[in-house]
Design a binder for this molecule. Structure first.
Ligand code: DGJ
Length: 321
């Protein structure tokens, strides 16, 4: 993936193989192009990681991009997984907004299922819908199925979470972002069930959920558009709560503004117990395509979840996990 240092004097070959995470640097794919995969999430399938995220122009939404990797460092551009439609009557007509896409695999239906926050063309953020698309392969192209408000609720920033028993959940900001809600998905992962409840009403966005030792953790941001704000961590022993506010998991310089970024996903590292990578976006509101990536190890110190800024690190961090 990564990374020339910024600006002049960048001596890296753009497609050079890399083996470390350097948040905020320019991240290149294996073809030498800058990666464009924002508000994203990952899927691990058959020893390959797939990274799905928003394809952005300067401001416009250009669908969902997907990249693949065998090592989490070097990413191959697999193209647009879900493209906006040229059909102006479609919910995903060109000009719509697709944000925070996430993909999960349903082993019963053998389908890859994508959920994405969808805003209808020309309506700003008023529509507040979830959209669902499917594919028989991880990279797609995905077929758009439908968009809706889960149980009638507004649905903006979102994530998906599959529990150990294979049951999947949609976590979403609702009621003009005042509420964070969770809905259990149907067994085929294509719909919300009516098991849909309020997590808390604290005006939070950017939910990223993970599970460690039978406890669920949820990182969220405040609501300040593209500008960074303070993260918070909640924990619960049941997905439907009660959720307890733990505080800000970010520590060190820049922590009170999430190091200039916003959460999007927490990646469990396969084969490692209790190894997780926090993934965030450092948005560039003037050119969304130039938004950068934050990848940082999640640390557990004296029972606390701690995320510190580290300029340059690699997976050997988890060697003793
Ligand atoms: C904050 C959200 O987290 C982003 O996904 C995006 O919707 C921006 N707001 C838009 O201002």
């Amino acid at each position: 993936m990564l990374a020339g240092s910024l600006g002049a004097g960048n001596t890296y070959a753009q497609s050079q193989q890399t083996a470390s995470f350097r948040s905020n640097a320019l991240w290149y794919d294996t073809g030498g192009q800058l990666m464009n995969v924002h508000g994203g999430g990952l899927l691990y399938q058959d020893k390959t990681w797939y990274w799905f995220g928003e394809k952005r122009g300067v401001s416009q939404s250009e669908g969902v991009n997907v990249y693949s990797s065998k090592d989490l460092y070097n990413w191959k551009n697999e193209g647009v997984a879900l493209a906006p439609s040229a059909d102006t009557t479609s919910d995903i007509a060109l000009g719509c907004l697709m944000e925070r896409p996430k993909v999960i695999y349903n082993s019963k239906t053998k389908q890859y299922v994508m959920w994405v926050h969808l805003e209808l063309r020309g309506q700003g953020y008023a529509a507040a819908r979830a959209a669902v698309a499917i594919s028989s392969t991880p990279v797609g192209p995905y077929k758009f199925l439908k968009s809706f408000r889960p149980n009638g609720n507004m649905a903006r920033d979102m994530n998906l979470f599959v529990d150990d028993d294979g049951v999947a959940y949609h976590i979403y900001s609702s009621d003009e972002n005042m509420d964070l809600r969770i809905a259990r998905l149907s067994d085929d992962y294509l719909s919300s069930t009516t098991q849909d409840s309020l997590l808390f009403r604290r005006q939070r966005e950017a939910p990223a959920l993970f599970k460690k030792d039978d406890l669920y953790y949820l990182i969220t941001s405040g609501c300040t558009g593209w500008a960074p704000n303070q993260a918070s961590l909640h924990s619960a022993s049941s997905l439907f709560g009660p959720w307890k506010l733990v505080g800000d998991p970010m520590t060190g310089p820049g922590a009170n503004k999430t190091f200039g970024g916003q959460s999007t996903y927490v990646l469990p590292v396969p084969g490692k117990k209790n190894a997780f990578i926090y993934i965030g976006d450092r948005w560039n509101a003037k050119d969304l395509s130039d938004s950068r990536y934050h990848w940082l190890p999640v640390q557990f110190k004296e029972g606390r979840v701690v995320i510190e800024w580290i300029d340059n690190w690699d997976l050997t961090w988890f060697d003793n996990f």
